[in-house]
Ligand binder design. Structure first.
Ligand code: SF4
Length: 314
């Protein structure tokens, strides 16, 4: 069966069973093409809460995203095509570690990036995404009347929020990072800029500070997409410093522009664990519990508070 035939079957099954498919920008392009909603973590969290009326949601993203959708929709069935699709960054921070940081800094607010487990979110005052991290740091520090915050697990995003807001972020832990974005080095940037001297360099805030400082624009995946959209009339060439899935989306949506990746192989292998066959299987077996994402109520009831506070604040 060709990709096109498989996609058509999925669209028919999706409609017949009234299922909504949410997909992250880092998904393989053939999955992006059959999604009802495409977005980054913040956009998909909002969509999961505000726009989904179907009983079943198929979430093509990593596990923490599906968990968040499930927490926000406790009466719906959230299914993940491959339950092994997880975010290694989330493993940098455990609930015990958060409790230890809180014990050392009892007066500081705790901000947890959505790229974390539900149990870690349950320990936080508020969540954030790469799209709203600066705003969340500013607002929560104002609410607590402090000049420092606890922030985890991504030390690079924490550093970015600190750089822009001028509010100190205590990293939980110092070494938390995304292996996709943090692998981009200054040498990579110098080489790619030399190759494409007229291109605008746009990067994700999970990149290291030295890389961010060399870029023309820093933003979440949706903001990077919007930057291209807003500037496409006057700029012809872009260097993209994030996962290859966004590059594929941009090439499809802006076919007359030139896009280059900041370095080869910027691939999140965890995001690529889903495929069309698995999605078709799910649509034919909606009640297969092996694919349903459920968060224990005692954790979900706590984790929903920082997620909802983030949605209110952003
Ligand atoms: S790109 Fe990085 S942060 Fe995003 S899911 Fe993959 S490993 Fe996690």
């Amino acid at each position: 069966m060709t990709t096109k035939q498989l996609q058509e079957e999925i669209l028919t099954l999706k409609k017949k069973n009234d299922v909504v498919i949410l997909a992250h920008y880092y998904q393989p392009i053939e999955i992006q093409e059959i999604a009802d909603f495409l977005g980054d973590s913040l956009g998909l969290s909002r969509t999961a809460k505000e726009k989904v009326n179907s009983e079943y949601i198929i979430f093509a993203g990593v596990d923490f995203m599906a968990e968040t959708a499930s927490i926000l929709n406790p009466n719906k069935h959230v299914l993940i095509p491959n339950p092994e699709s997880c975010c290694p960054m989330a493993a940098f921070l455990t609930p015990e570690m958060v409790r230890q940081f809180k014990e050392i800094h009892p007066s500081l607010p705790t901000i947890v990036y959505v790229n974390s487990t539900a149990a870690v979110k349950a320990e936080a005052d508020i969540c954030c995404t790469s799209a709203n991290a600066v705003k969340i740091v500013e607002k929560i520090s104002h609410e607590f009347d402090v000049n420092s915050v606890l922030f985890g697990p991504d030390a690079n995003l924490a550093d970015y929020a600190e750089q822009i807001s001028k509010i100190k972020t205590i990293k939980m832990p110092d070494e938390g990072h995304c292996y996709v974005h943090s692998q981009i080095t200054i040498e990579d940037i110098k080489a790619v800029k030399e190759k494409y001297p007229k291109a605008k360099l746009i990067v994700h805030p999970e990149c290291i500070r030295q890389v961010r400082d060399l870029s023309d624009y820093v933003g979440s995946t949706t903001r990077m997409y919007n930057y291209v959209k807003e500037n496409s009339a006057k700029i012809n060439e872009f260097i993209i410093g994030t996962e290859v899935g966004l590059l594929e989306r941009l090439i499809q949506d802006f076919p007359d522009k030139n896009f280059n990746l900041a370095k080869e192989k910027l691939v999140c292998y965890n995001m690529k664990k889903h495929n069309l066959e698995l999605i078709k299987y799910l649509l034919e077996n909606l009640d297969d519990k092996a694919f349903e994402v459920k968060v224990p109520p005692e954790i979900a009831n706590k984790a929903i508070k920082p997620i909802e506070k983030m949605l209110e604040f952003s």
